[in-house]
Ligand binder design. Sequence first.
Ligand SMILES: C[S@@+](CC[C@H](N)C(=O)[O-])C[C@H]1O[C@@H](n2cnc3c(N)ncnc32)[C@H](O)[C@@H]1O
Length: 199
Amino acid sequence: MASIINLLRHRWKHFRFQPRAALARYHLAMIDFTTGLGNSAWLLYGLTRSLKPATCVEIGSATGCSACHIGLAQRENVAGRLFAIDPHTATDWNDPGSVDTLALLQHNLRRCGVDRYVDVVCATSEQEERDWTRPIDLIFIDGDHSYDGVKHDGNLFSRHLAPFGVAVFHDTTWELHAAARTDIGVPRFLDELRRAGHP
Ligand SMILES: C[S@@+](CC[C@H](N)C(=O)[O-])C[C@H]1O[C@@H](n2cnc3c(N)ncnc32)[C@H](O)[C@@H]1O
């Protein structure tokens, strides 16, 4: 008897969950994020679903493509918190036409129904790190892409990574592109991390 009740409970949870999850994905698909992240955002979704991180951080939110994908996974996990750090002012690394993105980010998070899981932090990574105390389970670094910028962010936040924490960087393969962008220093920094023995 108990196993039948458990089975029905499980089915009911699944049944209730499906239409809401489908609606959130529909909203996600309808948003034009004006970002270069593309389908790589689903990698963040998959990692979050798989690792079930309690604390996630992203550096560089813009209009929220990465934040909505991580938030959607957290919503489906029914656990976890994302701290989405971005000053939402003009930097060298805004997506074209996207400078003051705060209102749009908040709107998009609400539209996908994930705002409960995401703390919008309107600051630079450096400002936010000063008072940071939580161990980080998953960090996505997509802010200042210059060599000095990404190295600064990597070094600042790696000291907060939990023992099995995972760090993900965006724009790591620009040296493979025909029109290589020399202003992007992420490949060089990652190469240094690999040489230093980081997995
Ligand atoms: C390429 S966009 C991020 C795209 C975003 N992850 C997405 O999924 O659409 C880079 C963002 O980094 C932010 N940024 C630049 N320097 C930063 C810093 N020092 N700290 C935090 N964010 C920064 C910019 O404001 C910009 O919104």
